[in-house]
Ligand binder design. Sequence first.
Ligand SMILES: [Zn+2]
Length: 194
Amino acid sequence: MALSKPLLISVVVFFLNVPAVVLVVQSFDDEKRCDRGRVTCDGKCAVKFAVNQEKSQFQSQREPERQCYRSCLNASEACKSAAASLIIAACILGVGIVLTTAMIFLVDSLITKEGTVQTPPPRAAYMEPIYTESEKRKMRRGSNTPNDEVELVEVKCPSCNISVDVESRWFTMSCGGTDGAVCLKCKQVIVGVL
Ligand SMILES: [Zn+2]
């Protein structure tokens, strides 16, 4: 039994949406964790350099303190970019949902109500074979009819200018039919019904 279109779409949306939602939630969580980490880090710097702050007379003496805050900022930025990459992954999943849904509609439009793929009406892939005189003789020999010993006459094909052996019966009016003798090369009828 084939899945119906709405069911198929809901299955796809569900299986791609769940991880997307998880990624978004995780990203927001990570971002909050980054902010908390930054606050803790800054606090540590403040405690570490509290004494130094009082003692220092020159700006240059407070450089280690500034370095400490800078490292807190860098760590926080790295943490946040990792969280942002989760959002990007969630967006890719979102695009996947849209594309998959579009694909389902596309495939569905190619399928008829009977469940068969629409194809153009069938047509012949090959032309009917055109047999030469000698091929026809061979076929007759195969069918055991007493037509083996037939006198042959050479006839020139007007278009190819080559000699072709045809049965002399064509000229004695003892042979006829809808298909005449054909040239070996161009397969055009050269004797018989032209
Ligand atoms: Zn010819």
